[in-house]
Write a protein that binds this ligand. Structure first.
Ligand code: AHR
Length: 506
């Protein structure tokens, strides 16, 4: 019954034009595909204040914890239904020697990130136990850059071994009898850069060589090739030319960061930025759509890969200038970050049939974090709230959306002020995400009602372009329930400037 009511919501079709109202039209009959829950995955690198202090405090800490993992952070992550976590990097993956982090721990310098001391108290057991407690899938990035194929193969046997082999027994001696599951596996990271500055054909040879020895006992992880970033898509083209790459991989990754200025030497500030940098950040982030299309075009040009070869956007998010006195890559997170997150999630919904996983960078205290932790205090960021508000999209069926809305203009920049995505949940209800990227003006939208019984919405907005949460004001940017005007034939609502909304229609 609910389904048939929703079937009628082909929004906007018969609505008389109303001035200054944007009509959002959802095409229910033309499904894009399932939004895999893994589109909402996380990325956990040994970097700055993320693992130590952020997530992991150790069993002896005064901060409440379970087996060393902070209880407050764990509960916050649990509420996000984190589907998968990528670990241990990033650039750090190509420096990580797994034996340092099992049994007796071996401290090392973290040469990927300022040579800070890495105590290795958070290692294989701690990561896989965390994922297991969260019910999250695991995405392991093995060390191609400074490791050996033997070391990586041993790590897999240690993690997944079911028999009486020396490595499976060593894992048991270290406290874990059952094997863990490796769901996704990548060999190397940014191999064109920090992962070894390799030419694409050299990497393709190494990848196919190593992949031939990545045995995960009785398991079949999704194998991901480390791919390009926004500036070198041709890297994907050349790696995928390898005639055997499709035999040993199921997809390739893409990295794309949103720098407000697009300039790596002066990225722009996290707070107190001019409106020009609100606009330029959003203009840049919207390039994700074209980048996905372009990379999919490269994949499709390689027929030997088959039809199901995926694109894994396993690093993306805001990257601004560092804050003096804070750990590496710590940055404040504002309503601008929330809008960036929602715009990208709408893009991923649009490509649900080809993008099975994305990993925002990163989870705690690093880049566009879900959570900022300082000593005992934990703050949920505006980006966290977007991820929580969007949980109805996990596993839902993405539907095409049409929207011909106003432009948001600032200086030379003109971008669409509004963005929308929609999906049918498994219980037949419809989830609709609406973003107003306009820094100044609210906009009114309408959806055709077509017999739907009820509708509710939650709205996230900020009272300034850089509105953010702090220990003193933890709920300055937090979702609020808001009304929707229900008329006989349509729903109408005002989207505040700088806002993200999720509607549930039944
Ligand atoms: O996310 C931070 C870094 O950005 C990662 O370690 C690296 O892969 C990328 O360059």
């Amino acid at each position: 019954m609910i389904r048939s009511l929703l079937g009628a919501i082909s929004l906007a079709a018969c609505i008389a034009p109303v001035s200054a109202q944007t009509v959002v039209s959802i095409q229910r009959e033309a499904e894009i595909g399932t939004i895999e829950p893994e589109v909402y995955s996380q990325f956990l690198e040994h970097l700055g204040g993320q693992i130590y202090g952020g997530l992991w405090v150790g069993e002896d800490s005064d901060i409440p914890n379970t087996d060393g993992v902070r209880d407050d952070v764990f509960a916050a992550l649990q509420a996000l239904q984190v589907p998968a976590i990528r670990w241990p990097g990033g650039c750090y993956a190509d420096l990580y020697h797994w034996r340092d982090g099992v049994g007796e721990r071996v401290p090392r310098e973290n040469m990927a990130w300022n040579g800070t001391e890495e105590p290795n108290t958070f290692g294989t057991h701690e990561f896989f136990n965390l994922a297991e407690r969260l019910g999250a899938k695991t995405y392991l990035n093995v060390n191609l850059g400074s490791g050996t194929v033997e070391e990586a193969a041993d790590w897999l046997e240690y993690i997944t071994g079911t028999g009486e082999t020396a490595l499976a027994q060593e894992r048991r001696a270290n406290g874990r009898s059952e094997p863990w599951t490796i769901d996704y596996l990548s060999i190397g990271n940014e191999t064109w850069g920090c992962g070894g500055r390799m030419r694409p054909d050299y990497y393709a040879d190494l990848y196919t060589h190593w992949a031939s020895f990545m045995f995960a006992d009785e398991q079949d992880p999704v194998m991901i090739v480390a791919g390009p970033h926004d500036g070198n898509i041709e890297f994907a083209d050349e790696v995928l030319d390898h005639p055997m790459i499709g035999e040993v991989s199921s997809g390739i990754s893409l990295h794309f960061y949103t720098l407000p200025t697009s300039d790596w030497s002066a990225k722009g500030a996290a707070t107190a930025f001019p409106e020009s940098e609100w606009a330029s950040a959003l203009e840049r982030t919207l390039r994700m759509d074209a980048l996905i299309e372009e990379t999919l075009g490269v994949i499709d040009a390689h027929e030997h890969l088959g039809d199901d070869y995926g694109l894994y956007v396993d690093e993306w998010g805001m990257w601004v200038d560092e804050t003096e006195g804070m750990p590496a890559l710590w940055q404040q997170n504002t309503i601008r970050d929330a809008v960036v997150a929602a715009l990208n999630l709408n893009i991923f919904h649009k490509h649900a049939d080809r993008v099975p996983m994305t990993n925002i960078a990163q989870m705690v205290n690093v880049l566009q974090a879900m959570i900022l932790v300082d000593g005992e205090n934990m703050v949920l960021t505006p980006t966290y709230h977007v991820y929580e508000m969007f949980t109805p999209f996990h596993g839902a069926t993405s539907l095409p959306v049409e929207l011909d809305g106003p432009a948001y203009r600032e200086g030379d920049i003109a971008i669409p002020a509004l963005s929308a995505s929609a999906a049918r949940m498994s219980d037949g209800r419809l989830a609709v995400a609406l973003v107003n990227a306009d820094a100044r003006d609210e906009h009114v939208i309408s959806l055709e009602r077509m017999g739907a019984r009820s509708v509710s919405r939650r709205v996230l907005t900020g009272d300034a372009m850089d509105a953010h949460n702090t220990a003193e004001r933890p709920d300055r940017v937090a979702p609020q329930a808001a009304d929707i005007r229900t008329e006989e034939d349509r729903f109408t609502a005002t989207l505040p400037a700088r806002s993200v909304s999720v509607w549930i229609i039944e």
